[in-house]
Each structure stands twice: as C-alpha cells, then as structure tokens.
Design a protein around this ligand. Structure first.
Ligand SMILES: CC(C)(COP(=O)(O)OP(=O)(O)OC[C@H]1O[C@@H](n2cnc3c(N)ncnc32)[C@H](O)[C@@H]1OP(=O)(O)O)[C@@H](O)C(=O)NCCC(=O)NCCS
Length: 338
C-alpha cells in the first residue's frame, strides 16, 4: 500500500495548468510577441514591425485575447485572437518537438473553450517550428476530434521567381477594357468590387464579413499595414462605356501588391467581378502585376490561397506559381439560428 500510494496520489492530481490567459501572464508578453513575429517572418508571412507592441497593449487591455503555453516554466506557445464585431482573427504558434504536441492541443482547446460570447466566426492560423512539428500537428488537427468545434481550412503559400531577363508576357484585355493604376482609386471604390467578388466564394472568409469591414481592411492595406503598397504592380481594369457625358469607366477588377522586403512582394489581393470572369481579365491583371514587380526589381512574388479556391489556384499555377508550403486555419463558425 505504502508503495502504491505515491503513484496514485500523483495520478489523481490534475497536471499543472500549462496554458495561462495572456492577461494574467506574469512573464514578458512583449518578448513572446516579438518571438512570434520573428517565427512568422521566417515563414515568409508579413506582420508590421510595430505589431508586437500594439498587440501587447491590446492583450493587456483585453481587447485582444491570448493564451501562453508554458509547461514546466518552458515557453512553448502563444495564441492570440483579435476580436471585433463578432469576428475573431488570430494566430496560434507552437515551438517544440512533435512529442510535446499535447500541449499545443491544450492551447487549441483553451481558445475553443474560452471563445467570447456573441462570436460569429473565428479564424486562427496555425504555425509551428520546427517544420516537422508543424506537419505532425497538422495531421493531428486534420483527424476529427469530437471535443473540438473548429474545422480545418487548408491554405497554400505559393511563390513565383521573377527573372528580369524573362518577364512574363503581357496579356491583352478584351475590347473596351483597359488598365488603370489601382492605388489611386482608394479603398471605397476597391471595396465596392472586392466584396462582391469574394462573397459566396471559397475565400469569402479571408476578406471580411461586411462591405464596411472590407473597406476598412483595404484602407489598412493601402496605408501599409502589411507592407508598402506597390503602385506599379497594383493594376485595375475598367470597362469603357459611352454615357451621355462621354466615355465612362466602370471598375471590374484589380490587384494589390505589397512590398515584403527588397526582394519579395506579396500579391495581397486579386479580384474580378463575377460578371466579367472567364474572359482572361484575371490572367491579364496578374501578368501586369508580375511585370510591374519585375520592373521594380523584385525577384519573387508570393501569395496565399485556400485549397478549395480551385479557379484562383489554376490561374496562379498557369502563371508559374508553385506551392511553397501548406498551411492551416482553424475556423469556428456560429451555428445558424434555425
Ligand atoms: C480568381 C479570379 C481573379 C480569376 O478571374 P478571371 O477574370 O475569371 O480569370 P481569367 O478569365 O483570366 O481565367 C479564369 C478562367 O477563364 C478562362 N478563360 C480565359 N479567357 C477565356 C475566354 N476568352 N473564354 C472562356 N474562358 C476563358 C481561363 O482559361 C480560366 O479558366 P480555367 O482556368 O478554368 O481554364 C476570379 O475568379 C475572382 O475574382 N475570384 C474571387 C476572388 C478570389 O478568390 N481571388 C483570389 C484570392 S487568393
């Protein structure tokens, strides 16, 4: 009896809580956020340099939610979730060996369990290092888990090398369509076609839930939230129509390219209104953007696309993009009221 009781006592004691809400975390949150940004940058993802300080302020003020994974005093992970108007966007990052993944799953459960009330949708990007941990975690997440209410959205990071001696050929637009620079149009006009282009499609959740949110998102991008917007590589297409006041242009599509670093640019957005698709306009916008990037001296273009967005995927593959890595987003959507 005396030999067995210590074991029994140990197993009946719940494991020390590994996941601490960020607002109650006594360690250095800023350092954690800086580490998270560095890990994401190393994966080719863009986060502005001011992000760690801003996020720390938001976490301390509880406008952003966060969870720190620290088993036995060793920092292993961080989940952050920015919440606004019933929408949550965030990142869950884990560093450690594949054998420590139960801790990472505890972080997922913490977000799932402590979802703020009144949410409509949460998107949580998953990342881990080293890479073998990320793929092992991905397999764990892909397996159905009745205890979790998240679903997994598969995403692809794609890249296309740009060679100044071999720019992609220019594509001509159908008659009466012409190019104009996209950045001069401003967020309201761009949102007026961005939102209807994405609604109902597989990447719908990546833009915004309302036209107003979409406009806010575009305004942030145009103001450089994720990198300086590139004028020469962000192209819009208008359809020329005769009106009583003379020729008038209707915006039908555009692209938005941002500088990630002096070598690499991000195709942050490309959209063509449904009515004008399948005429080669998307292909022409993409070619124009890539040629603009070559002219600006960039040596690679990158983008993210959802696996299910097969049309966009085909467009990118035909333009020479290849898959660099696969990524996952954990998505929770409020059940519809019946
Ligand atoms: C992705 C998107 C920009 C493509 O725009 P698009 O103008 O339809 O693109 P294109 O016309 O150049 O090419 C698309 C298809 O039309 C076909 N096409 C091109 N010219 C054509 C023509 N003259 N007649 C018939 N089909 C034609 C292409 O072959 C291609 O079809 P396929 O790849 O199935 O063979 C558009 O579908 C969109 O806005 N989607 C929603 C937003 C989105 O998801 N963006 C990507 C986010 S990552």
């Amino acid at each position: 009896m005396s030999q067995t009781s210590p074991t029994r006592t140990a197993s009946s004691v719940p494991p020390a809580a590994q996941v601490t809400p960020a607002a109650q975390y006594h360690g250095d949150l800023l350092e954690l956020l800086v580490e998270m940004r560095r890990a994401l940058k190393a994966r080719g993802e863009s986060l502005p340099p001011t992000w760690p300080e801003e996020a720390e302020g938001e976490l301390r003020a509880k406008r952003m939610l966060g969870w720190v994974l620290e088993p036995r005093g060793e920092r292993r992970g961080l989940a952050v979730l920015a919440v606004r108007n019933g929408r949550g966007f965030g990142q869950i990052h884990f560093s450690g060996g594949p054998q420590e993944l139960p801790g990472a799953m505890e972080m997922v459960r913490a977000v799932d369990t402590h979802r703020p009330p009144g949410m409509r949708r949460i998107d949580l990007a998953v990342s881990a290092d080293p890479e073998e941990t990320e793929s092992a975690w991905g397999k764990l997440l892909d397996a159905p888990d009745p205890k979790l209410t998240f679903t997994v959205v598969h995403r692809r990071a794609m890249v296309r090398k740009l060679d100044p001696s071999l720019p992609p050929p220019a594509e001509t637009l159908p008659e009466r369509f012409r190019f104009v620079p996209a950045l001069a149009l401003g967020p309201a006009l761009l949102a007026s076609i961005d939102f209807p282009s994405f609604v109902g499609g597989p990447d719908e959740a990546m833009v915004a839930e309302t036209p107003e949110d979409n406009e806010r998102l575009l305004r942030g991008l145009l103001e450089g939230d994720l990198g300086a917007p590139l004028r020469e590589a962000s192209a819009a297409v208008v359809l020329e129509e005769e009106s009583s006041e003379g020729p008038k242009g209707h915006l039908v599509g555009f692209s938005l390219c941002l500088e990630e670093n002096p070598h690499s640019a991000l195709l942050a957005d490309i959209a063509v209104l449904p009515k004008y698709r399948k005429q080669g306009i998307g292909k022409a916008i993409l070619a124009r953007s890539l040629r603009g990037l070559v002219a600006l001296g960039f040596t690679e273009a990158r983008l993210w696309v959802t696996e299910a967005n097969t049309g966009a995927l085909k467009l990118y593959e035909r333009a020479g993009f290849t898959t660099e890595r696969l990524g996952r987003i954990l998505r929770w959507t409020a059940p519809r009221a019946s």
